[in-house]
Ligand binder design. Sequence first.
Ligand code: KG4
Ligand code: ZN
Length: 346
Amino acid sequence: TEALTFLGIESSCDDTAAAVVRAWPDRAEVLASVVAGQVALHAPYGGVVPEIAARAHAEKLDTCVEAALAEAGLALADLDGIAVTAGPGLIGGVMSGVMCARGLAAGSGVPLVGVNHLAGHALTPRLTDALAFPYLILLVSGGHCQFLIARGPESFQRLGGTIDDAPGEAFDKTAKLLGLAQPGGPSVEAEALAGNPKAFPFPRPLLDRPGCDMSFSGLKTALLRARDAEVAAHGGLYRQTRADLCAAFQQAVADVLAEKTRRALKAYLAEAPEVPALAVAGGVAANRQIRSSLEAVCAEAGVRFTAPPLKLCTDNAAMIAFAGIERFRAGTATAADLVARPRWPL
Ligand code: KG4
Ligand code: ZN
């Protein structure tokens, strides 16, 4: 039956992205996806600088959109809609994206749909694996960490999440403390391969408390103390000690995520979904140890496990185009969604 083709635009953090997605009621295809990162721009500052991000988005949006349309072999007039991230995120970047999308829509007469960035992440398993509602999703990235039951394109129930840092942020800080390269996730993971996860007894925060809330800032403090103690005792960090610190840290994060996933699954399965499924999305889902421990938890519970390909897990515009199509089909998009906002809970 009828396919819808949308352009998606994303600029809420430090990636400028444009994509074209075509979706049928039962499947979808990414026709083009362009992501221009800003890692090099922010690297000297040790974090994303909002003003620099906003300027870079404003400069790169047009070329990203042109590149995505060219890759898809389409013109603006061929589109059924344009979807743009309207929040949550760094307001300057979000505004750049919304202004760009408004201009394109006004010039072409194509309908415009505002999309929640988190809904984009949370709906990605439907883009890649056509998961049926309701499914459980764990979003784990540098900025997010939460369990959601996805019931519909606009309907998400939050079961719990981090009360402080996101795991990706903790990986990044760990890398910084140990003198490893950013982004920290991949470098800590690589270093951990040579380490002993039992070498340091790091805490498993909040496991003693019921529910699905998590905390990762205590883990970071424990790591800092352990590093300082090692430096004080030996005048520096041995290569092996650094690997052990990484392995113990990564094991602690994996253990917390696995146990909280067990609990989230329990709440989700109580609703007797027809085809129970857990999807994990976000940059941290790239971590092989975390991924395999989540897979084991799902196997144990008889639940299907899916993880979208990494390039659709990290920030991208294909998820925004697809979420726009889902909203458009549901007929729930409103003009108020097109107001750029820094906060926008699901
Ligand atoms: O989803 P993402 O690209 O951006 C947002 O935060 O929204 O996630 C980036 C985060 C970074 O903190 C990065 O260190 C982390 O994901 N990450 C990883 C791995 N690859 C990326 N964390 C652990 N292990 C990895 N292999
Ligand atoms: Zn994101």
